[in-house]
Write a protein that binds this ligand. Structure first.
Ligand SMILES: Nc1ncnc2c1ncn2[C@@H]1O[C@H](COP(=O)(O)OP(=O)(O)O)[C@@H](O)[C@H]1O
Ligand SMILES: [Mg+2]
Length: 577
């Protein structure tokens, strides 16, 4: 039933007017109709030819016409190639559409849930074109013409030969259908297992390839190869099970068709020898039987591929939600935001991370969020920016509940810069000018030079590639690039999650001060930091301890009033305070 729904969804996708594939659909259907008519007319012309020739009653024109029709029916290769041109266009259009939908849907989910699904999605999308090819071209586009051909052939048989033969053919086809249904049920289970195994191995491969340095430089190549080999063995075994279930399916189909054909041959042979049937009728019957039943026998292979392909398509469809979201709602004022955190609590599964957090950050001020590792700073920052929904409590930005703003527009109110910045594998310039930055190139280069992005004397070339995840840059350079980008953004509030932690303390102080000055009057700034120098610059420090607000105030005041605050700096920052 689920598979039928998937097939219907695929059909709906192909006929969707938005796909702009209706012309191709019409052409392909036209070609298919012509070939169906020819496939029925071919055996009929052969029958006429034989019967008329046997009776010695045939004109030259009729002879030529009949031979021509019969020869034309042999041109199936050219006809199906012509049809394939149009079907391929339809498949490509459906593929492009699905990729766009999955990416737009999954990116939002991946960004908020941080699950480990990205590699699976990538593998899935890679397998998608092949799966669509199998289902649309191999299955759907063959089933409908086959049904039409079957009905036409049965009609012609019923018209020209004793009705018993039409009934017999119909019976064989029903027997074949039943055998296929039983075989396909076994096969389907194996197909689902095989699809999971394929997904697992491609996910592992992508993960290992992406972490090549970590693997090789730690001498773990052998270990990873073993792991890959295990997954590949699992994949081979599931494929083997799949092949065997295909053998069973094909055998069942063969038994149904083989027995049926034998029966047909024997009975019609007897009828010819008893004079109840002409040789032409006999040939017609056999031609229809082989024409209809032999392609059915080959259908098992398509079905076997189709089960895996359908599982892939089902997986893809399950990742597509509803319609695309609408255009941006009301945009925030250009004024800096006032942020209020009100009784926020949050747990990851059963691990409580934040408890009853309350504080507020006045518009345009600079707040530092500090606390030991694991105290919940990053979680709180993401809740403030609306990237995580808290279990209870709320965050409001200039009086508006963050959760009431659509997910993809929350960054227009509060922009969160995550702790680990992974750059796109593009040029320095493309990364540094990434939206919503509005920098001019020259301004950006000036800033990077002033921040000593490279060692003195080396010029900044924005066209240089940064490598995968920015691997060609140092941790400090990645942070400088990101901070330079951020400084070109106009947003009511900005949260930096340890965004300057890899810089040396002097560079960090200079850059934070500069950012502060650039954003004065337009952005409320929140910085998560482990540096006392940053806390000392802040208008307000929010000190988190084991998921609770332990103290709020000026750095100097907290140092004087809170022993655990003093401990934090003594433990983490040593003499730096
Ligand atoms: N996505 C997550 N799933 C499960 N636990 C998490 C997740 N993110 C963070 N944690 C856990 O929540 C706690 C707080 O993490 P975090 O907010 O990152 O702290 P901080 O930024 O202060 O170091 C840590 O114990 C961390 O392991
Ligand atoms: Mg953190």
């Amino acid at each position: 039933m689920a598979r039928m729904r998937t097939l219907l969804s695929v059909v709906r996708l192909t006929v969707d007017p938005a796909l702009n594939a209706r012309r191709d659909l019409a052409f392909a259907a036209g070609i298919e109709i012509i070939s169906t008519i020819l496939s029925v007319a071919g055996p009929y012309s052969l029958k006429l030819l034989i019967d008329r020739m046997a009776a010695g009653d045939i004109s030259f024109a009729l002879l030529t016409g009949l031979v021509l029709i019969f020869v034309l029916t042999m041109a199936t290769g050219a006809v199906s190639a012509l049809r394939a041109v149009h079907v391929q266009r339809i498949i490509d259009a459906v593929h492009a559409r699905l990729v766009e939908q999955v990416v737009s849907e999954r990116l939002s989910n991946l960004a908020t849930s941080r699950d480990d699904d990205s590699m699976r999605v990538a593998g899935l999308l890679e397998r998608l074109p092949f799966s669509l090819q199998i289902v649309i071209d191999g299955l759907l586009w063959r089933v409908a013409p086959l049904i039409a051909q079957t009905c036409l052939c049965l009609l012609v048989i019923a018209w020209l030969t004793p009705p018993f033969y039409a009934l017999l053919m119909a019976f064989i086809i029903i027997l074949y259908g039943a055998a296929t249904w039983v075989g396909a049920r076994w096969h389907r289970k194996n197909a689902d297992v095989a699809n999971t195994a394929i997904g697992n191995s491609s996910r592992l491969l992508a993960d290992v390839l992406r972490n090549a340095r970590r693997v090789v430089h730690n001498g773990a190549l052998g270990l990873e190869l073993d792991r890959i080999s295990q997954k590949m063995t699992a994949r081979r075994m599931t494929n083997e099970a799949l092949s065997w279930s295909l053998v069973r399916l094909s055998l069942l189909q063969f038994v149904a068709i083989g027995l049926g054909l034998l029966w047909l041959l024997v009975l019609s042979g007897q009828d010819v020898s008893a004079g109840r049937m002409t040789v032409g009728d006999f040939v017609l019957l056999q031609a229809f039987a082989t024409r209809l039943l032999l392609p059915l026998a080959g259908f098992g292979f398509i079905m076997s591929q189709a089960s895996v392909a359908m599982a892939t398509i089902e997986d893809v469809l399950a990742r597509i939600g509803g319609a695309r979201r609408a255009v941006p709602p009301d945009l925030p004022d250009r004024a800096p935001a006032h942020i209020r955190v009100d009784k926020v609590s949050h747990a990851y599964d059963d691990l409580p991370v934040l408890r009853d957090i309350c504080f507020s950050i006045p518009a345009g001020s600079f707040a530092a969020l500090v606390g030991a590792n694991g105290s919940g700073k990053s979680t709180l920052a993401q809740i403030m920016a609306g990237a995580i929904q808290p279990d209870s409590g709320k965050v409001s930005v200039s009086g508006r509940d963050m959760q009431t703003i659509p997910l993809e527009w929350r960054h227009r109110h509060i922009l969160y810069v995550p702790q680990f910045v992974g750059l796109l594998n593009r040029s320095l310039g493309e990364n540094a000018l990434y939206p919503p930055s509005q920098h001019e190139e020259s301004e950006l280069v000036q800033l990077l030079e002033a921040w000593n992005f490279y060692e003195p004397g080396r010029t900044i070339d924005l066209s240089r590639p940064v490598g995968e995840l920015g691997e060609r840059l140092s941790g400090g350079q990645i942070q400088k690039l990101e901070l330079a980008r951020i400084s070109g953004i106009d947003v009511p509030a900005l949260i930096l999650d340890e965004s300057s932690s890899a810089l040396d303390p002097a560079a960090e102080a200079k850059i934070v001060l500069e950012l502060r000055a650039r954003m004065a009057g337009r952005t409320t700034l929140v910085a998560i930091s482990h540096r006392a120098s940053v806390a000392a610059m802040a208008d307000q420090v929010v000190f988190l301890e084991r998921g609770r607000v332990a103290a709020v105030g000026l750095h100097a005041d907290l140092l004087a009033s809170s022993a655990s605050y003093r401990d934090l700096w003594n433990r983490d920052a040593g003499p730096e305070q």
